[in-house]
Ligand binder design. Structure first.
Ligand SMILES: [Zn+2]
Ligand SMILES: [Zn+2]
Length: 243
């Protein structure tokens, strides 16, 4: 945990509520102003039955996108609150690099309604310990805790581990991304007992290429998970540049 965390939290309490997107004063914490709210693109059906990629028009029940047909994903769908855009990006960066921990709660509140009823446990995508030391917190864990507060679903903190740092995936093709994350994750000793037949909700802040989610889902299923559903704040829908 960031040593500044308690201080930052106090600071959040002392100030008037501000829009998580632009910083304008708003009525209550975690509420977006009308302009930011309107610019958020909430993800919903019609979408691909495999990965929940939104379709522009309804292609019928069970329709899958091109990449799910060509190469079925190892997970059981991606639930994203919003499409990755200006405001979604600002919030993600505020949390990750600005240490504004309240942003995790804002994201979690938008994600609670997407948690599948069949879910048994929340598993945050882990950070490598070096990254954890330099950043002071794992943003995915903070978001998962917020989702847990809203749903009562337990968080399994150390079930999944990142044993190898990964280079920036930005600019890499699909194959190179998969290669870069291969072997980056491992299950904790004895994880199988906690995974057997369970439906795992894998939590992350931003879902980009899917390489990370795929690697984690494969591992969790190998450990006995019945299903792995990805849950994130924002999903990159087009080939956008990430920071
Ligand atoms: Zn705003
Ligand atoms: Zn798909």
């Amino acid at each position: 945990m960031d040593p500044r965390a308690p201080f930052l939290r106090l600071l959040d309490l002392a100030l008037p509520p501000r829009c998580p997107g632009c910083g304008d004063i708003v009525e209550a914490d975690h509420r977006f102003c009308a302009i930011c709210w309107d610019s958020l693109h909430f993800v919903g059906p019609p979408w691909c039955a495999g990965c929940h990629l939104p379709f522009e028009y309804d292609r019928g029940e069970g329709a899958r996108c091109g990449s799910c047909i060509a190469d079925p994903p190892p997970h059981d769908g991606v639930r994203a609150a919003v499409a990755y855009g200006d405001v979604a990006r600002r919030l993600a960066l505020k949390l990750k690099y600005g240490g504004r921990l309240a942003a995790a709660e804002t994201m979690a509140r938008a994600m609670v309604r997407l948690v599948p009823e069949e879910g048994d446990l929340l598993v945050p995508v882990p950070l490598h310990r070096w990254r954890l030391w330099s950043r002071g917190f794992n943003q995915a864990l903070l978001i998962a805790r917020g989702v847990s507060r809203g749903t009562g679903m337990p968080v399994e903190v150390d079930l999944l581990r990142r044993v190898k740092g990964t280079p920036k995936l930005q600019g890499l093709g699909r194959r190179s991304r998969a290669k870069a994350v291969a072997g980056a994750f491992a299950l904790a000793p004895g994880a199988e007992a906690r995974l057997e037949g369970r439906v795992v909700v894998l939590v992350d802040d931003v879902h980009t290429s899917g390489a990370t989610g795929d690697a984690c889902a494969r591992l969790l299923k190998r450990g006995g998970a019945a299903k792995v559903i990805l849950l994130c704040w924002a999903r990159v829908l087009a080939d956008e540049t990430l920071d």
